[in-house]
Design a protein around this ligand. Structure first.
Ligand SMILES: [Zn+2]
Length: 289
């Protein structure tokens, strides 16, 4: 990916394929009291761009909706520098506990698509789900970790130099989730940040997945702060879980540091992992009703 000009050209042409209705064509209707300043866009043409995760290996998938189900609403929470929309879908209960799932942060991480798919195939019954399939549509399209301008979004939590980070922080403030779940790959571990709910849900995930340890997610210095640090700044006490999934292929996130043999997996095993994550979230949130 060294030919920047070519990348830029392709991105702008993809952007033209993705229709974002203007507010005048689709007057903002706000069925849910939880959304008041994003643009409501129930439109089948609004899709997540195709990226490397769609064809990385046999059986792989990207972040588009492959299920027969439709979310009750789709909102555009922001746009990338290359003008690709960042969407959030709402599934499940509109009142009661709300969970925000950020499917993809790094554009070359593909296993998270399997959890996104599970959540759409079997939407939650006892909690509300805000699902951002990919926070980094341009990185996903380009097949690289950073956004289109080279920013690592998960080091931009407090600096907020990227439009994607700004969008996530504004959205956090708007919908005030009880819990945020960040999906990454390929390191195969689980961590939590802030509070007893995150710790409880994290512990249940660790147990269900047959892991040994629940980690604490930790903090970075302000100039390279993680996204949960940014959320904590805009919504003090915001609790989150980080799920580092194993990879669907050795080609996934090929430059990831600290890889262990357990971080290399297969499409079949990652699909099982994703289904356990979905079921465990459902069980854990039941206790909050
Ligand atoms: Zn990552």
């Amino acid at each position: 990916m060294s030919q920047v000009n070519e990348e830029t050209t392709v991105v702008s042409s993809v952007a033209t394929l993705i229709s974002i209705p203007s507010t005048s064509e689709n007057p903002t209707s706000v069925p849910s009291p939880m959304v008041s300043s994003t643009t409501q866009v129930n439109d089948d043409k609004l899709v997540v761009p195709i990226g490397m995760c769609d064809f990385m290996t046999e059986g792989s998938m990207g972040f588009g909706n492959r299920s027969p189900n439709k979310p009750e609403s789709v909102v555009v929470i922001g746009k990338s520098d290359g003008d690709l929309p960042i969407i959030a879908e709402h599934w499940g209960q509109t009142s009661g506990p709300q969970v925000l799932v950020v499917g993809q942060i790094h554009g070359d991480e593909c296993a998270p698509a399997f959890v996104v798919n599970e959540l759409r195939q079997r939407p939650p019954e006892n909690y509300g789900l805000w699902l951002i399939p990919t926070l980094n549509p341009e990185g996903h399209f380009l097949g690289r970790r950073t956004n289109g301008s080279g920013v690592d979004l998960n080091r931009d939590g407090l600096a907020r130099s990227a439009p994607e980070t700004k969008a996530l922080m504004a959205f956090t403030r708007l919908v005030a989730p009880d819990l945020t779940v960040y999906l990454h790959s390929p390191l195969n571990w689980i961590g939590y940040f802030n509070g007893s709910l995150a710790k409880d849900v994290g512990s249940q995930l660790v147990k269900a997945l047959g892991m040994d340890v629940l980690y604490t997610s930790g903090v970075n210095p302000p100039e390279s702060a993680f996204l949960w640090q940014g959320q904590n700044a805009v919504m003090p006490g915001q609790q989150s879980i980080l799920i580092e999934m194993p990879s669907i292929s050795t080609k996934e996130a090929s430059a990831a540091p600290n890889r262990s043999p357990e971080s290399f997996s297969t499409v079949e095993k990652v699909a099982v992992f994703a289904s356990i994550v979905r079921d465990t979230l459902d069980e854990a949130m039941k206790e909050l009703e």
